[in-house]
Design a protein around this ligand. Structure first.
Ligand code: SF4
Length: 297
């Protein structure tokens, strides 16, 4: 089979994930024989997690699972309650919250202090239950409203949970879809009594937003797209849907074993790309496996 394979050079870990993984690896290298606990998966990619677990990084779901050693807070960040609990339990924290997320948390705290006395609300566009979003909502003591879609926003307004005569501050999860965020802004502007009541903070990370247009071009310029990302990656789901919308022959895999040769046709130009949580080495491995199909007649 004659195939052309290209890896998207801009796919791969974002700066926040590179930094967190680097700090975990440095700790494990400097403390041979020790394990390090990450509160939640350091990256939403099963293959990378398996690589790091062989070096001594283990994932815990809560601080009660610690073995007495330090706990790493991943790039997504945590709510203030986590730091408080760690202090009470005497747990050492290695804080790898992405600086961009830290800044977003601070902006939310400030906006909350501003709008709350005036009966207003903080609205966060993001995935309910996502770690970064939990950390953001925690900055408001759990008071912020999280919306995933325009429909959810409308429902909160219909239910009276958002007062259209009081100020609202709208933020986004750093890995949110720029297109959906723009739709939410537009709907909010149409519903609020006065546009001056709305304060929009476009807090989608530049590393994510700049990738959307580039990735759409990459997907459109290939016959087949193999999109590589972990099953639980929020950014992976958003970018996969983006690729699929411009190229129906887009397939999502988390490892090379999930590639189905029936997806490929002789003469195809194949693009391999991934999310901000997909390691470069995995993209290269997938491209290499695809290269093996060239020899299949
Ligand atoms: S997507 Fe951006 S803000 Fe989020 S962790 Fe990565 S670099 Fe930080």
């Amino acid at each position: 089979m004659n195939l052309e394979i290209e890896i998207d050079q801009r796919s791969g870990f974002c700066g926040g994930v590179i930094r967190a993984i680097g700090r975990a690896e440095n700790y494990l290298q400097d403390n041979p024989g020790c394990t390090l606990s990450s509160l939640g998966a350091i990256v939403h990619n099963e293959e990378e997690l398996s690589r790091l677990s062989h070096k001594g990084l283990k994932t815990i779901k809560s601080l009660s699972e610690t073995d007495g050693g330090p706990v790493l807070i991943r790039a997504h960040g945590e709510p203030p309650s986590t730091y408080k609990l760690a202090e009470e339990k005497g747990i050492e924290i290695i804080d790898c919250t992405c600086p961009v997320v830290l800044q977003l948390q601070q902006r939310i705290r400030e906006a909350y202090a501003d709008v709350t006395p005036r009966g207003g609300k903080i609205i966060i566009f993001g995935r309910i239950g996502h770690a970064e979003v939990l950390g953001l909502v925690g900055q408001t003591g759990g008071d912020a409203i999280v919306v995933e879609t325009v429909e959810m926003l409308k429902k909160f307004i219909d239910d009276g949970q958002i007062n259209t005569s009081a100020p609202v501050a709208l933020f986004s999860q750093t890995t949110g879809s720029p297109e959906t965020f723009a739709e939410i802004c537009q709907v909010l502007r149409g519903i609020m009594k006065d546009e001056s009541l709305i304060n929009v903070h476009n807090t989608i990370c530049l590393q994510v937003s700049s990738r959307h247009a580039q990735l759409a071009d990459f997907a459109a310029s290939h016959d087949v797209i193999i999109f590589v990302s972990g099953k639980y990656s929020s950014n992976g789901s958003v970018l996969f849907q983006l690729c699929k919308s411009v190229n129906p022959r887009t397939y999502r895999v988390s490892s090379e074993s999930e590639i189905d040769p029936s997806w490929l046709r002789d003469g195809d130009r194949i693009g391999v790309c991934g999310a901000t949580s997909t390691p470069k080495w995995l993209l290269e491995k997938i491209a290499c496996v695809l290269g093996g199909f060239k020899t299949v007649s």
